[in-house]
Design a protein around this ligand. Structure first.
Ligand SMILES: *Cc1c(COP(=O)(O)O)cnc(C)c1O
Length: 380
């Protein structure tokens, strides 16, 4: 058996052709492939606008800036996520406050947020950054209700969930990042995620104002639109302090090619998840799936009593399971600035027990069976 990682990209001949063709064309960056990728991605998730960026971390950065986060302002997120979900708040010198997770879905708990909001005067917090953890979509409709009651914005960190969806109270399927409930959603195209661009990210929104702001911040804050005077064709204005967070044309070509296979990839990920669940049912706890939701399954997370022992045993058998995540509030940087927020008992209990099993579309049936056997052998 060869090494089995927890996640892996899948590059096909079609992908190679798409990238090569773009490399030999006129544009390596700022060409037509970027716009095509944005349009196709927006259409895929069902949002009005999409803005391609260098990576999701850069995307999160300009998302908080577009929503006008200022120094000292407070934002709530989950401790069970990649550090970038919280770091974006710090880039704008805001304060990160953590709320607890639900012990079964591992998603930021609405009850925990509600009590945190209730413990402070209105206006104390500015926004919420929920995460579609492991690919399980947050119920963005419920978050929206709560956010509207308290005048908060929502950035949905959908890095794990392109192709995931939940069913809203009108029985309508709502795809992650479709712009209906969250103000902005953020996706990542890092190779372990669903769509690989090497590095890359995408922001989606239904707000034209936010779209324009994001597009401006992505490219130095420079624009040729809305200028006071016409000085000539060369002229541009820098209206804001922006960045160079642009995705290249050849990465976009790869992204377009990968996006076309995402539905098939999500389907295969769910078949693998079903196989794991069938084998583990009644023996090992795995992430719950609320009714009406489609988990895009970036990860497949289980909980076990002696997690380190299983992790080491799997490694000895060339299965490179991973831990998602070390709770963000326990990382030295956040410890040093002083942890703020709710009681995080569920997050800490989860971290003591969680382990992510291999999950990617090219994981063979044989490999799936091998992983299941090794995990069950441990569980006995
Ligand atoms: C991967 C990831 C990010 C960061 O994505 P990059 O594209 O690597 O910057 C942010 N949030 C979550 C939840 C992620 O999994």
């Amino acid at each position: 058996m060869k090494n089995i990682p927890y996640g892996r990209q899948n590059i096909t001949q079609e992908d190679l052709n798409a990238v090569t063709e773009t490399l030999l064309g006129d544009f390596l960056t700022q060409g037509p492939k970027v716009q095509e990728f944005e349009q196709k991605f927006a259409q895929y998730v069902g949002a009005k606008y999409a803005v391609a960026v260098t990576n999701a971390t850069a995307g999160l950065h300009i998302a908080v800036l577009a929503l006008n986060l200022k120094a000292g302002e407070r934002v709530i997120t989950t401790p069970i996520t990649f550090a970038a979900s919280a770091n974006c708040v710090r880039y704008a010198k805001g304060e990160v406050w953590f709320a607890d997770i639900d012990p079964d879905t591992y998603i930021l708990s609405l009850d925990s947020i509600r009590s945190l909001l209730g413990s402070k005067p209105k206006g104390f917090f500015k926004g919420i950054i929920p995460v579609d953890f492991a690919g399980l979509p947050v119920d963005a409709e419920e978050y929206r209700k709560l956010a509207d009651e308290h005048g908060l914005w929502i950035i949905e960190d959908a890095c794990h969930a392109p192709g995931g969806s939940f069913t809203d109270s009108q029985h309508k399927e709502q795809r992650c990042g479709n712009g209906v409930y969250a103000d902005i959603a953020v996706f990542s195209f890092h190779p372990v995620k669903h769509i690989a661009c090497g590095e890359g990210g995408m922001l989606t929104t239904n707000s034209k104002t936010l779209y324009k702001k994001l597009a401006l911040l992505r490219t130095h804050g420079i624009t040729k639109e809305n200028m006071a005077e016409d000085h000539g064709g060369w002229f541009y204005e820098m209206q804001e302090l922006g960045f160079n967070y642009r995705l290249t044309d050849f990465q976009s070509a790869l992204g377009i090619s990968q996006l076309a296979r995402n539905d098939a990839g999500v389907k295969t990920r769910n078949q693998i998840a079903d196989r794991y669940k069938k084998a583990f049912e009644g023996k090992i706890k795995f992430q719950a799936l609320p009714n009406g939701q489609i988990n895009a399954h970036h990860l497949f997370v289980i909980e076990v009593n002696n997690r380190k022992e299983l992790y080491d045993q799997l490694r000895e058998n060339k299965i490179f399971a991973q831990i998602h995540y070390i709770p963000v509030h326990t990382l030295p940087y956040y410890k040093n600035i002083g942890y703020k927020g709710a009681d995080l008992t569920n997050a800490e209990a989860y971290y003591a027990r969680c382990i992510s099993l291999p999950m990617y579309p090219t994981l063979t049936l044989e490999e799936q069976g091998y992983v299941i056997n090794k995990v069950l052998a441990y569980a006995k």
